[in-house]
Write a protein of this length. Sequence first.
Length: 119
Amino acid sequence: MQIKVNGVALVASPSEFRVTILDLDDADSSVRTADGTLNRDRITVKRQVEIGWNALTLIQISQILKAMKDVFFDFTFPDPMEGAYITRRMYIGDRPVPMAFERNGVIWYKDLKYTLTER
């Protein structure tokens, strides 16, 4: 899987990858009537991507964090609805960094997981 941020491939392929297709409705005009019927006004469809890695070296995790440091960035990924790679403008919230350990002089991080949301 060739995931890219701002046109640059990430240094490590994810071990977890899930795309959620989000319907965003107009809060004012999407309402239920007295008999329970939904009147829905969908304004757009967005993507949310949950991505994770089992183990990353210090250099790899640094590259991923730096790639996603801007408020918004272009994210290229395989989209199940389109059946092809697409690029969307995304943002990321908090970026927790899991506990690290050292093995044979190399620092490793395990279970890095983030959620990216289309702008």
